[in-house]
Design a protein around this ligand. Structure first.
Ligand SMILES: C[S@@+](CC[C@H](N)C(=O)[O-])C[C@H]1O[C@@H](n2cnc3c(N)ncnc32)[C@H](O)[C@@H]1O
Length: 207
């Protein structure tokens, strides 16, 4: 099947620099990723636009925030989305986190096949991990909603009485009305994944 490995203007530099690796990852998702149940059957264009381009915007936000030096934890990573595209275009250390052993097994193989540097796959409970990290960046695509994440994180913050200074980037499908309060600042980014379709990512900073 043919597809157009496009990217809107905001991400042209990622494609110029890393097209070959991104295309190889696309191929892996559409073959092995589909065969091993990491993703369901999708068209090649869908895999490119919704998984790869969407993932790259998570990194665009990290670059814009100027926090590339912190470690990135991709929670509920599944087939490595958005963590693998992020690790392909960045030099920041990325940890792909999932609580399913079979997914970690396939991701370990992918990291070797694609020879991606600065990335590791770990079988862990994401909720437990959130409780232990400080000054980290967490990406979450189709795993927890912004409201569930805030609920979980508030429990931890109240117990530890610590300021964790983490940043959470969470995919969402539409405008939400989550309000900034004294513990969390919430800002929503809207961006194009192709010529016509917009997606949203919530940027949540703990204060
Ligand atoms: C809907 S999939 C999303 C996968 C990927 N992020 C994407 O956008 O396609 C959710 C993933 O979260 C993982 N997951 C569910 N509960 C988890 C937990 N407590 N800790 C870590 N991973 C978890 C599942 O195994 C699954 O791979």
């Amino acid at each position: 099947m043919t597809y157009n490995p496009q990217i809107p203007k905001w991400g042209e530099k990622y494609l110029e620099e890393k097209k070959e690796k991104l295309v190889n990852y696309h191929k892996w998702l559409s073959t092995t990723g589909n065969k091993t149940g990491l993703i369901s059957q999708k068209t090649d264009q869908y895999i490119w636009d919704e998984f790869i381009v969407h993932s790259l915007y998570f990194y665009k936000i990290i670059e814009d925030l100027g926090v590339e030096k912190s470690s990135i934890f991709d929670l509920g990573t599944g087939g490595g989305i958005p963590g693998v595209p992020i690790s392909i275009v960045s030099s920041t250390k990325v940890v792909l986190v999932d609580n399913k052993k079979s997914r970690i097994f396939e991701l370990d193989r992918l990291i070797k096949i694609l020879k991606i540097e600065g990335v590791a796959a770990k079988e862990k409970n994401a909720i437990e991990l959130i409780k232990t990290k400080e000054n980290a960046i967490f990406t979450l695509r189709c795993y927890l909603s912004t409201s569930s994440l805030i609920k979980e994180t508030k429990k931890t913050l109240k117990k530890s009485k610590k300021l964790n200074k983490n940043i959470y980037l969470v995919s969402s499908n539409k405008k939400n009305n989550i309000k900034t309060d004294k513990m969390f600042h919430v800002k929503q980014e809207k961006f194009l994944i192709n010529k016509n379709d917009y997606r949203f990512i919530d940027v949540i900073t703990s204060m």
